[in-house]
Design a protein around this ligand. Structure first.
Ligand code: PHE
Length: 455
């Protein structure tokens, strides 16, 4: 009876396909199109990709399954969820607090990258960036980043846009839209990949992406690859727990997580295939960093008929993909403020946006007015990224794994993850459980300590 009341009271995803689409909508975003290529480029290529793959399978997948399962079991925001599931008085709910912090840090720089995407829709439309000359595309990007007014205004436009979607409560509509438009993004990436593969130095690009050179791997590269796996799957900060709380009771969680992971990986690889052959052909530096996609993609489009129009479509679709991810990031603080602290939803949204206006501006200005404001050698844009991906998300992952493996226990986990024995099998549940209990936390800890130079 109580269960029934809860299902009626809380909104949830209505169909199995809706669940898959929303979860995928959270995972696929700038992480695939912007972050994956630039980190792979900066960290030596295929070796990095291999470690990223291992981290995704051994750590990412089990943690994702754990998070969704906990969320669905508790049907609540991450803080309340952990308070309900943990024995009284134990501070596991702090994972939710760290998740809120991570959401703010990530949204602060993420919204700035989306701001560049918005600006690029216009630049693509007026044709100024359609060139394969590194000098042209690089100076267009640098001018944008170095302009404080443009950087701020575009970011505020992005925040207003997201806030508008949330306040009007059209998230469902947006999810419907994302669902329809994502296949188109996939097709465009396929097309870009095909064009890129026909370029002169395609083989060099592919070798960079797929034939590992382990001399480039250091402890900090391994940590970056693991951090990317967390970021890509939207795990370690309560996003998947929040979405899990909207999952239906008959949804097959491991199967959904596996599909999301596989689809997400495909999009990342396609972006890599579209970018690296062009990088080598046109003489860009694979190590360019955050600008890599913004300088290379225009060069690929410059090689196609109707390249200008297609580039507009590409950046619009990238903005759509990023919107799904931002909505899921916002949902963490918004649901916590609403459900746990009793704020009406509109107030929770406004408060979150107000905070982001401040912390986001710091990132927006870190290419111009605040360029010299650095901690540990990093400007705020990079610092927020590194602290969230390489510290907060993996730490969240450790504690989520420890919670399931050592507090919640196998019996409860198996019941919940197999839908009381209706899907999957007890042995699958056991494998995931053992990974969570012994493998993930230890691996994450070692990678973190080594990567952060603790020993
Ligand atoms: N996974 C998203 C992306 O790749 C980013 C994200 C991280 C979303 C963490 C939610 C939580 O763009």
């Amino acid at each position: 009876m109580e269960q029934q009341n809860q299902t009626i009271k809380r909104a949830g995803f209505s169909s199995g396909f809706g669940v898959l689409a929303a979860t995928l909508g959270s995972a696929v975003g700038l992480g695939n199109i912007w972050k994956f290529p630039y980190l792979t480029g900066a960290n030596g290529g295929a070796g990095f990709l291999l470690i990223y793959l291992l981290a995704t399978l051994l750590i990412g997948l089990p943690v994702m399954i754990a998070e969704i399962t906990l969320g669905r079991k508790a049907k609540a925001n991450p803080i309340t969820a952990l308070q309900t599931l943990a024995p009284k008085g134990q501070p596991w709910w702090l994972i939710g607090v760290s998740g809120m912090l991570a959401a703010f840090l990530i949204l602060s720089f993420y919204s700035e990258v989306v701001a560049w995407v918005f600006a690029y829709i216009l630049k693509a439309a007026d044709g100024t960036i359609l060139s394969s000359d590194p000098q042209v595309t690089e100076s267009a990007f640098n001018a944008l980043v170095a302009d404080p007014v443009q950087s701020l205004l575009w970011q505020w436009a992005v925040l207003a846009f997201i806030g508008g979607i949330l306040l009007m409560g059209v998230t469902k509509g947006i999810e419907g839209l994302t669902k329809r438009l994502m296949p188109l993004l996939f097709v465009l990436l396929l097309l870009l990949g095909a064009v890129s593969l026909s370029l002169d130095k395609a083989v060099e690009g592919l070798a960079f992406l797929f034939s590992p050179d382990f001399s480039k791997i250091s402890a900090s590269v391994v940590l970056t690859a693991m951090g990317l796996a967390f970021f890509k799957l939207s795990i370690g900060m309560g996003t998947m727990m929040t979405y899990g709380s909207y999952f239906g009771d008959d949804q097959n969680i491991p199967a959904t997580a596996l599909r999301v992971m596989a689809a997400d990986l495909c999009v990342s690889l396609l972006a890599g295939i579209a970018i690296f052959p062009a990088v080598f052909t046109f003489g860009f530096a694979p190590t360019a960093g955050p600008s890599l996609v913004f300088i290379t993609i225009p060069a690929v489009f410059s090689q196609i008929i109707m390249g200008q129009a297609l580039m507009v479509v590409f950046f619009v679709l990238t903005a759509v993909a990023a919107t799904g991810a931002m909505l899921s990031l916002m949902e963490v603080p918004v649901l916590i403020l609403h459900e746990r602290f009793g704020l009406p939803r509109p107030k929770a949204i406004m408060l979150t946006l107000a905070g982001l206006l401040l912390s986001g501006s710091v990132c927006a200005l870190s290419g111009s007015l605040l360029a010299d404001f650095r901690l540990w050698g990093l400007n705020m844009f990079n610092l927020f990224d590194v602290v969230s991906s390489n510290i907060l998300l993996p730490a969240g992952g450790i504690f989520l794994a420890l919670f399931v493996g050592w507090r919640w226990g196998f019996a409860q986990f198996k019941e919940a993850v197999t839908n009381q024995g209706r899907v999957g099998s007890a042995s699958l549940a056991r494998v995931i459980f053992l990974l969570l209990r012994y493998v993930s936390p230890v691996l994450i800890l070692i990678v973190m300590l080594q990567g952060l130079n603790v020993f």
